[in-house]
Design a protein around this ligand. Structure first.
Ligand code: ACO
Length: 318
C-alpha cells in the first residue's frame, strides 16, 4: 500500500520579471540568460505577499481539484528551504489557513523536497496512519538570492505546487540519496546577537558554484532516472512523461542524451518560472494535469537534485 495522487494545484505571484527587466539593473542580457539556461521570465513576490499565502493557495487549488474537504486530511507536509518563520513551520500555517488540526511539518531537502515528501508520505499510508494527505512545495527564492549577483539571481523564481494523496498503489519505485557538501551550494543561516560570540557571519544569500552543480546534476538526473525506471520493472521508453527539476534547460538536455527515453516525453516550463527549487515539479505536474495531458495509467518519472547535495527520483502510475 502506498499512495495515489488525486488532485494537483499551484500558485505563483502575479508579478512577472523578464530577462530584459533584470538587465535594467544587472550587467546581463536576455540573450545570455536564454541561451545558457532556457529561462525567459520568472515570478517574484512583491510587498504584502508571503510564501505561506502562496502555499495555501496551491493547497486550496489541489483540494478543489481532488474534491477533498480539508477536514479529510490526516497530514500536511510542506517542502521548503525557507518558510516565513523558523517556527511555526509553513505546514502549520497552511493547516491554520485551511482550518484543520492534523499533523503538519516541514521538510528541507532543497530542490529534491517534493520527491522526498512523497516518499515520506508513503510511510503514513503503509502503516495505516492516513487515508488522505496533502503535500505542498513552496519556495521564496527571490528572498534568498543576492540581487547584485548576476551569476545566481537570474536563475530563480517563486512558486508553490501541491498534491492531494490518498491510499493507493501508484508509487512504483523511488530512490533518494545525499552527498553531503557545503562548498558547492549553500545559504548561510541568519544569526542572532549573542553577546558571547564575535564570529563574523556571511550574509544569508544563496552561494552556488555553477560548474560544480552542473556536473553533479547531469549525472544525478540520468543515473537516478535509469535506476528508478529499472527498479519499477519498466523499460525507459515505457515512460510517458518525464518531469525533471527545472534548474537549467542545458542540464535537462545533457541528461536526455544519456538516456533512452524519447525526447518528446520530457516536460518543461523553465522558460516561464526559472528554478523554483522544490516547487518546480509539482507546479509542472499541475500544469500538465490542468492541460489534460495526463491520462490514467500513464507512467510518470520525476527526477530532482539540489542543495545538500540531495537527489531524488521516482516513478509513479497516474
Ligand atoms: N549575465 C551575463 N554574464 C554572466 C551572467 C549573467 N547573468 N552570469 C555569469 N556571467 C558571466 C560570468 O561572469 C563569466 O564571465 P567570465 O568568462 O568573464 O568570467 C561567463 O558569464 C561564463 O560564466 P559561467 O559560469 O562559465 O557560465 P555557464 O555557461 O557555466 O553557466 C550557469 C552558468 C547557468 C550557472 C550554469 O553553470 C548552471 O546552470 N549551473 C547549474 C546551476 C543549477 O543547477 N543550479 C541549481 C542548483 S540546485 C537548486 O536548485 C537550488
Amino acid at each position: 500500500m502506498n499512495f495515489k495522487i488525486i488532485g494537483t494545484g499551484s500558485a505563483r505571484p502575479a508579478c512577472v520579471k523578464t530577462n530584459d527587466d533584470l538587465a535594467e539593473f544587472l550587467d546581463t542580457s536576455d540573450e545570455w540568460i536564454r541561451t545558457r539556461t532556457g529561462i525567459e521570465e520568472r515570478h517574484v513576490m512583491q510587498d504584502g505577499e508571503s510564501i505561506s499565502q502562496l502555499a495555501t493557495q496551491a493547497a486550496q487549488a489541489a483540494l478543489k481539484n481532488a474534491g477533498t474537504d480539508p477536514k479529510e486530511l490526516d497530514f500536511i507536509i510542506c517542502s521548503t528551504i525557507r518558510g516565513d518563520y523558523i517556527t511555526p513551520s509553513m505546514a502549520c500555517i497552511v493547516a491554520r489557513n485551511l482550518g484543520v488540526q492534523c499533523m503538519a511539518f516541514d521538510m528541507n531537502a532543497a530542490c529534491s523536497g517534493f520527491i522526498y515528501a512523497l516518499d515520506c508520505a508513503t510511510g503514513y499510508f503503509e502503516r495505516g496512519r492516513a487515508q488522505k494527505g496533502l503535500i505542498v512545495s513552496a519556495e521564496a527564492m527571490s528572498k534568498m538570492v543576492d540581487w547584485q549577483d548576476r551569476a545566481t539571481c537570474v536563475l530563480f523564481g517563486d512558486a508553490a505546487g501541491a498534491v492531494v494523496l490518498e491510499k493507493g498503489e501508484n508509487l512504483l519505485a523511488s530512490k533518494l540519496a545525499s552527498d553531503g557538501n557545503v562548498e558547492v551550494l549553500n545559504i548561510p543561516h541568519v544569526y542572532g546577537n549573542s553577546p558571547f560570540s564575535s564570529d563574523e557571519h556571511k550574509p544569508s544569500y544563496l552561494f552556488m558554484d555553477g560548474h560544480g552543480v552542473y556536473k553533479f546534476a547531469v549525472n544525478a538526473m540520468a543515473t537516478g532516472l535509469a535506476e528508478t525506471i529499472a527498479a519499477a520493472g519498466l523499460k525507459q521508453d515505457e515512460v510517458d512523461h518525464v518531469l525533471p527539476h527545472q534548474a537549467n534547460m542545458r542540464i535537462i538536455q545533457a541528461a536526455m542524451k544519456k538516456l533512452d527515453i524519447p525526447e518528446d516525453r520530457y516536460r518543461t516550463n523553465i522558460a516561464h518560472y526559472g528554478n523554483t527549487s522544490s516547487a518546480c515539479i509539482p507546479v509542472l505536474l499541475d500544469e500538465l494535469n490542468q492541460a489534460g495531458m495526463l491520462k490514467r495509467g500513464q507512467i510518470l518519472a520525476l527526477t530532482a537534485f539540489g542543495g545538500g547535495l540531495t537527489t531524488g527520483a521516482m516513478v509513479i502510475r497516474w
